[in-house]
Ligand binder design. Structure first.
Ligand SMILES: Nc1ncnc2c1ncn2[C@@H]1O[C@H](COP(=O)(O)OP(=O)(O)OP(=O)(O)O)[C@@H](O)[C@H]1O
Ligand SMILES: O=C(O)c1ccc[n+]([C@@H]2O[C@H](COP(=O)([O-])O)[C@@H](O)[C@H]2O)c1
Length: 213
């Protein structure tokens, strides 16, 4: 008998199973374009959550964002792979191939198809502010633990946002972040650490002003 579950996710290669169940961070994003703030979140959460791997999910399109300026998925996947060249990081655009629009679909698919893995949802503090507008956000919180990473501009609003307040009793102390992946959801942590003020929208705005940059 083997506990290896074959992965059928395009762009993700199988990793060796570990005795305690592999801990995998899911870091979804538009990456339009990718920047060093994304890399910072990826590296810091790998470390602080004691993850074995981080899967970067390049979305076909955030359902809450305007898509006028959205670069093609393949282009965003390619640039994100180049930026996140790290042995524990896998970058994939698999949500598009499955026709997933909402994160709850991705989370349900992964947690059901790979029950031996311990998944954690990762997002910046700005997304906690808007989390109550996500489709089936309470179901997401009930399906897997979540880690919120500090982000300049959102740190005052995020901890008192509607979703943070609704989920307040499930918040764990940052000193326990290494245990988060093993906790039964709902469970979440607000992570502090190195910060980056970079944003894709600011980069796009600069490119519009200075097209040759
Ligand atoms: N500088 C940053 N610090 C912390 N988290 C970040 C930072 N930039 C992006 N993130 C997080 O990374 C994920 C992907 O972000 P995304 O691709 O939307 O980039 P963005 O810079 O937020 O884009 P935009 O400015 O267009 O909203 C999100 O969870 C977001 O909160
Ligand atoms: O499912 C939703 O309703 C939903 C709403 C907003 C954002 N998301 C997801 O959140 C992740 C971060 O999005 P973004 O655009 O902030 O990088 C990305 O995986 C999106 O698909 C998901």
């Amino acid at each position: 008998m083997t506990n290896r579950t074959p992965l059928r996710l395009p762009g993700i290669t199988e990793l060796p199973p570990s005795g305690r169940g592999m801990r995998i961070g899911l870091f979804g994003g538009s990456f339009n374009p990718v920047h060093e703030g994304h890399l910072l979140v990826a590296e810091q959460t790998l470390l602080k959550l004691e993850l074995d791997a981080l899967w970067v999910l390049v979305t076909p399109g955030n359902p809450l964002k305007d898509r006028t300026e959205l670069a093609p998925l393949e282009e965003r996947v390619r640039a994100t792979r180049a930026m996140m060249d790290h042995p524990r990081i896998k970058v994939t655009g698999f949500e598009a191939a499955h026709g997933f629009t909402y994160s709850w679909q991705t989370v349900r698919f992964l947690t059901q198809s790979l029950p031996g893995r311990k998944f954690v949802w990762i997002m910046g503090a700005d997304n906690l502010v808007a989390f109550d507008r996500w489709e089936r956000w309470r179901d997401i919180a009930a399906m897997l633990p979540m880690a919120i990473y500090v982000r300049p501009g959102s740190n005052r609003r995020a901890p008192t946002s509607l979703a943070a307040t609704a989920l307040a009793r499930y918040r764990i102390d940052e000193s326990d972040a290494g245990r988060l992946a093993s906790l039964k959801p709902p469970a979440w942590v607000y992570l502090h650490g190195l910060t980056s003020a970079l944003s894709s929208s600011a980069i796009r705005a600069r490119r519009r002003r200075e097209p040759l940059v």
